[in-house]
Design a protein around this ligand. Structure first.
Ligand code: PLP
Length: 343
């Protein structure tokens, strides 16, 4: 049975799995000196149209935490949205790996940071008692499945850079944003001012793993040591890297992301049509938030549906993945229609 709890409920997409199996031939050098890792990094440089530095790690919490730690000292602070995964769902790992850098969580409509919020947070204090802001982190797509347009990223990055801050992007769902906007990955990252991107592989359809992409290579100094110390250097790195090759070939990653986004739109249309429930946020990408009457929420759960409602934005969250079928969406909507009629 398929669910809507998270896009990481999905299995491995066929392209990634084929590449994984293909990499399981004979022996290869360990710790990333293998041909798959070198090729996957090259492929990412092609995708981003720039000579970036690339590292593969096991998960998003490590990618974010280690990237942020690379951008600041222990007495610095990192400005994030109050719903940001780094703030709410990483168990303090960014603070831990940076030896105490403090997250400064700020509000913003639709899960987004704005230039004025950055300016206000940076200029609020300048005394020695306040942790000095050094990084801005954006989540793309946001925690409420909205998407920052390139101009919105640029506006935030310009203010950040003017104040001497670095820009990090938590791209756990970067693919969904690229697919939604139909712009180039470069336009949504370094050309808009992003210094480091954590490019999510897991939710996009890989078995495991994220890529940490440094557009400013100087920021990656000693990053390999950071990964090793944190237990994030895979010895059989080829199995982290090879699936990226399958995913990035022939635009498979964008096809899968487009599909997930389309399923979310179908779902949102169904919520509105079958039960008069509007989406709480623009359905830009692969998630839909709705406020469910408790009888309907209970009814859906009794029928076996899994979805989260602990995301800070409130409401129930329904996520679609690369494997979500139209039939699954329609079955949920059918259940919803029945519940709404008997409510
Ligand atoms: C899923 C997710 C991550 C990564 O989480 P891990 O479980 O550590 O892989 C990071 N950021 C966001 C916004 C996410 O949704």
């Amino acid at each position: 049975m398929q669910h809507f709890a998270s896009d990481n409920y999905a299995g491995i997409c066929p392209e990634a799995l084929a590449a994984l199996v293909a990499a399981n031939e004979g022996q290869a050098r360990a710790y990333g000196d293998d041909e798959w890792t070198l090729r996957a990094a090259d492929r990412l440089r092609e995708v981003f149209e720039t000579d970036c530095d690339v590292y593969f790690v096991f998960n998003g919490t490590a990618a974010n935490s280690l990237a942020l730690a690379a951008l600041c000292q222990s007495y610095h602070s990192v400005i994030c949205h109050q719903l940001a995964h780094v703030e709410t769902d990483e168990c303090g790992a960014p603070e831990f790996f940076s030896n105490g850098a403090k997250l400064l969580a700020v509000g913003g409509e639709g899960g987004k940071l704005t230039p004025s919020a950055i300016r206000e947070t940076v200029t609020r204090r300048s005394d020695i008692h306040y942790p000095k802001p050094k990084v801005v982190t954006l989540t793309q797509t946001t925690e409420v499945a909205t998407v920052y347009r390139p101009a919105e990223i640029s506006a935030v990055a310009t203010v950040a850079h003017d104040f001497g801050l670095r820009v990090h992007m938590d791209g756990a769902r970067f693919a969904n944003a690229v697919a939604a906007l139909g712009v180039s990955p470069a336009d949504l990252s370094w050309r808009a001012g992003v210094d480091v991107l954590c490019f999510g592989g897991t939710k996009m359809g890989l078995p495991v793993g994220e890529a940490v992409v440094f557009f400013d290579r100087r920021l990656a100094e000693d990053f390999a040591y950071r990964c090793k110390q944190a237990g994030q250097l895979a010895s059989k790195m080829r199995f982290l890297a090879a699936p990226w090759l399958g995913m990035l070939a022939d635009g498979a990653w964008l096809r899968h992301a487009q599909h997930a986004n389309a399923m979310a739109r179908r779902l949102a249309a169904g919520f509105a049509e079958a039960a008069g429930l509007p989406a709480l946020f623009p359905v830009d990408a692969n998630g839909v938030f709705v406020r469910l009457p408790s009888s309907i929420e209970q009814g859906l759960r009794e029928r076996g549906w899994l979805f989260y409602n602990f995301i800070g934005a409130g409401g129930a969250r329904f996520m679609c993945g690369w494997d979500t079928t139209p039939e699954t969406v329609d079955r949920l909507i059918g259940d919803l229609r029945n519940l709404a009629q008997t409510a």
